[in-house]
Design a protein around this ligand. Structure first.
Ligand code: SF4
Ligand code: SF4
Length: 304
């Protein structure tokens, strides 16, 4: 099925992303920026950190990962890993002209369920899952955050998806500052001038006034909807399949990268590691572990 093929990278990462907040190793989580107990939990260890250090750490990791992704994947991320594109692809299955109102309601329900699960998982990286369920039940801050994130995702997909991708997304802005043309793998190729000018590719494109036939445009999010539209145009033509195609080469290996590029990647990675070490108070790691063992022992005694 084309939908599964188009979104295979997103689906492959979605399951581990949603599972990680539930995994506990001993006293600590596999990965948790634990704001309610002021500590970073990683690989079964806990490191005490203040709230502002945790926020700074999250910002540092977010910017570092976004920079590395911009330099390696560029807009390839938008078309294959971004939840917005996944939701947009999902809605095309339910909202074509001939589909019934029931189908559209089904699409909306599925989107709402997926967006809520994703929002829950995002917030669950900052508070344990049990506490988060409790926060949703009692509508405290973390619970409202899940609701707000879900609503924003749904509203964004239905109302401003392409506009957001082109003009508001911070990741898109980084791609525009560091544009890498060979990362754009959807291309228009029409050496024999077979284009029927049906404009199917332009009409379906979520980005305002983007025409892939005009060549390189960094706003293209690599969603592939134009390829599907063009395939439909030539569905009854035995000689042509599509004029827009996806370059199958590995996006990571495409094009040559100079030494400066590698130095930039290594520098960003080292900077992130240095930031993690600087922000964490590793001397207090043992005391934190002992404290938890102590609590564990006390609660065990209390239960006896
Ligand atoms: S040009 Fe094609 S691949 Fe690029 S954003 Fe528009 S529909 Fe998606
Ligand atoms: S969908 Fe294909 S045939 Fe139609 S305008 Fe676009 S490139 Fe040309």
């Amino acid at each position: 099925m084309k939908f599964l093929h188009q979104n295979r990278a997103f689906l492959a990462l979605l399951i581990p992303f949603m599972a990680i907040p539930w995994i506990i190793l001993g006293d600590f989580h596999l990965l948790l920026f634990n704001f309610s107990h002021n500590r970073l939990e990683m690989g079964g260890f806990g490191i005490e950190m203040g709230t502002y250090s945790l926020i700074a750490l999250l910002l540092l990791l977010g910017i570092g990962i976004a920079l590395i992704s911009t330099l390696t994947l560029s807009r390839f991320y938008c078309g294959t890993l971004c939840p917005n594109t996944f939701f947009a692809h999902l809605l095309t299955l339910f909202s074509r002209k001939k589909k019934s109102i029931l189908s559209k309601i089904g699409g909306f329900t599925l989107l709402t369920a997926l967006a809520s699960m994703l929002a829950f998982s995002v917030v669950a990286y900052g508070i344990s899952t049990n506490e988060l369920i409790d926060a949703i039940a009692h509508l405290t801050f973390a619970g409202w955050l899940v609701i707000l994130l879900s609503l924003l995702m749904i509203a964004e997909v239905y109302m401003v998806q392409g506009w957001y991708c082109a003009y508001l997304c911070p990741y898109g802005a980084m791609c525009a500052i560091l544009p890498i043309e060979d990362r754009l793998t959807y291309r228009f190729d029409d050496p024999s001038s077979e284009c029927t000018e049906c404009e199917g590719c332009v009409k379906i494109c979520p980005i305002p006034s983007l025409d892939i036939r005009q060549g390189f445009d960094i706003r293209c999010i690599q969603c592939g909807l134009c390829e599907v539209a063009c395939e439909k145009t030539f569905a009854k033509n035995p000689n042509i399949t599509t004029l827009i195609s996806h370059d199958q080469r590995s996006s990571l290996r495409a094009g040559g990268r100079g030494k400066g590029f590698m130095i930039a990647l290594i520098a960003i990675t080292l900077f992130m590691f240095a930031g993690v070490i600087f922000l964490s108070n590793s001397n207090r790691l043992d005391s934190c572990r002992l404290e938890n063992q102590h609590l564990h022992t006390n609660s065990f005694k209390g239960n006896q």
